[in-house]
Design a protein around this ligand. Structure first.
Ligand SMILES: [Mg+2]
Length: 296
């Protein structure tokens, strides 16, 4: 009980820094039946689930809420992200998981950019595009360039990408995330670092950015779930991606992470979440109330 009291006390303290409307904010989040949850830094870090995250998802479902997952990470195919969640003990249907590999495939189909698509990214991104009927091509001769996170990014790839982009072809970025938490919550360079390198070299910006904060991802997820955005609340650890997307989509949000020092809280948070919690378990405990949430 002590752990729970302490957690609730911290949450109340942090949320007080967000303003006077705490009760209204809590009511706004409580009314939402579909929790859209970011993955890296909220559900897992690297290969491991974060403490309390698996039980928190189950508690939400036990309360009658739907839970879906939305990640900017383009490293894997959608089916692989789902399999990782299953292995961590989080049952989910494929339609309840959306990553930028899959969202990018949908965007290319929507725009008719399905022929001779070059990929600077991981094999999972290329495989997902191909699975959706996109024809892949070498970067040197491609008609559209898609850029995702690439753990094998090299100077040579940068030069090939630069030459492709100088031909004036569509430049599609999976996202602009600068970094994200890996194993032991140590930061790793995100897709945005690769996009920025190409942008600097080719002296042009992406034609389209698929991932959060673009509400396109949320709209695509909602279509698959047959849910309205008005049913959703977004939970994430990035103000620039998750919380800004929620703001643009007009849905409430819960920011997960270390609180900024209270006096600086409002100034630091240019994009204000509806609520704030240290982790997913605390967020669920706050919204469901202590009586509804099992101890861990
Ligand atoms: Mg995250």
């Amino acid at each position: 009980m002590e752990r729970q009291d302490q957690a609730l006390g911290q949450i109340a303290f942090v949320n007080a820094a967000l303003g006077e409307g705490m009760t209204e904010n809590l009511a706004a989040v409580r009314a939402r039946r579909c929790w859209v949850v970011d993955l890296d830094g909220v559900v897992y870090a690297g290969e491991h689930a974060l403490p309390g995250a698996v039980a928190a998802v189950q508690a939400l479902r036990d309360s009658g809420r739907e839970v879906a997952f939305l990640t900017n990470n383009s490293r894997h195919r959608r089916a692989e992200v789902r399999r990782k969640l299953l292995e961590l003990g989080i049952p989910c249907a494929e339609k309840e998981v959306l990553n930028t590999s899959c969202a990018t495939a949908h965007y290319l189909l929507h725009r008719g950019l399905t022929r001779e698509v070059g990929v600077l990214g991981m094999p999972g991104l290329a495989a997902e595009l191909a699975e959706h009927g996109v024809t892949l091509a070498e970067v040197d001769v491609c008609a559209t360039l898609v850029v995702g996170i690439d753990l094998d990014f090299t100077y040579e790839k940068l030069v090939r990408g630069l030459r492709a982009l100088r031909r004036g072809i569509p430049f599609i970025a999976c996202n602009r995330d600068a970094n994200y938490p890996g194993r032991d919550s140590q930061l790793l360079a995100g897709c945005g670092a690769m996009v920025a390198a190409l942008e600097a070299a080719a002296q042009r910006s992406p034609s389209y950015e698929v991932g959060k904060p673009n509400p396109f991802m949320l709209e695509l997820l909602c279509r698959g779930l047959q849910r309205a955005k008005a049913d959703c609340v977004m939970i994430g650890d990035s103000l620039e991606a998750d919380i800004l997307m929620a703001e643009r989509a007009g849905v409430p949000s819960i920011f997960i992470g270390e609180p900024p020092p209270p006096p600086a809280a409002e100034a630091a948070l240019r994009t204000l979440p509806t609520l704030h919690a240290a982790n997913l378990a605390d967020a669920v405990r706050l919204v469901l109330g202590p009586g509804m949430y099992p101890m861990y």
